[in-house]
Design a protein around this ligand. Structure first.
Ligand SMILES: [Zn+2]
Length: 281
């Protein structure tokens, strides 16, 4: 077992080197981050990678196949495995290591009671909408050419980071922030960070006017609280194409984009997909 761990940390260094050469997402094997595992095989498109029951994105970089795994905020630190199944059904395993990450905690006071404790009607509406959101985030398409070097969907201030622990009005419950908030004036254009297809658009209780984009192989992005939506389900998008404008629809206190990046149906830190040095913070 120790041999495995040493081996993994060696490959961790390799992925870090790749990241500095402008390959995104960058490896950050922590809860809410990404593990990148070198498959070290004569991998072809017929091989499939799984983490638990979840299908995993694979890509070829410098003639090496890699698995790019989204790690849930609740993942335990330590050693985890992925399963690789070839066309003949033969299985093998690769291991990766997850380290701890301490996320910031903020105490938030909200005076609008409905924002903290929604009414029974609000909750009923939410439970009708939830399956649509869950289904959109589960989207898997066999796209072999997934664009993972993202552009920033909105130029603005990063007002709430991914993973933030929020405690509302001194309630005991901690709610995790599973997107990145970018504050910008109402009407600011929002663009698609990479090529993709619009999965669905809709108006929901919590997230307001919302757009879901499928970028392929389980990489899905979600845009919330839009003022106006300018795309339709099924529409193909190029990187940088406008999808709508910043607003404050849904449960918000000011205009901003709540941007979600989901990989293998796991919400992860969107900042891992962008060159933050090139963007306005
Ligand atoms: Zn948010």
């Amino acid at each position: 077992m120790i041999k495995n761990i040493l081996f993994i940390s060696f490959f961790g260094l390799v992925t870090f080197k790749l990241a500095t050469a402008e390959t995104f997402p960058v490896a950050a094997p922590v809860p809410g981050g990404i593990a990148i595992v070198d498959l070290k095989s004569d991998f072809n498109e017929q091989e499939k990678v799984f983490y638990g029951k979840k299908r995993i994105l694979t890509r070829k970089i410098n003639n090496t196949w890699q698995a790019v795994i989204g790690l849930p905020l609740k993942i335990k630190t330590g050693t985890h495995k992925i399963q690789i199944i070839n066309a003949m059904g033969k299985k093998k395993y690769q291991y990766f290591s997850v380290a701890n990450k301490n996320y910031e905690t903020r105490h938030i006071t909200i005076t609008n009671k409905r924002m903290v404790s929604p009414t029974k009607k609000d909750i009923e509406r939410h439970y009708k909408e939830k399956p649509l959101i869950v289904a959109a985030l589960k989207t898997w398409t066999e796209n072999i050419d997934v664009q993972t070097n993202f552009t920033l969907p909105v130029i603005g201030r990063f007002s709430s980071p991914f993973g933030l622990k929020r405690i509302y009005n001194k309630q005991k419950r901690i709610r995790r922030h599973t997107g990145l908030d970018i504050a910008a004036p109402t009407g600011t254009f929002i663009t698609s960070p990479a090529k993709g297809n619009v999965i669905r658009t809709g108006s929901y209780f919590f997230t307001g006017n919302t757009v879901f984009i499928d970028h392929g192989q389980g990489l899905v992005t979600m845009y919330c609280h839009l003022n106006k939506t300018q795309v339709k389900a099924g529409q193909q998008l190029a990187q940088g194409q406008t999808i709508g404008t910043v607003g404050m629809t849904g449960r918000v206190s000011g205009p901003h984009l709540h941007w979600v990046v989901s990989l293998n149906n796991t919400k992860i830190d969107p900042k891992l997909f962008i060159n933050t040095n090139a963007s306005k913070k």
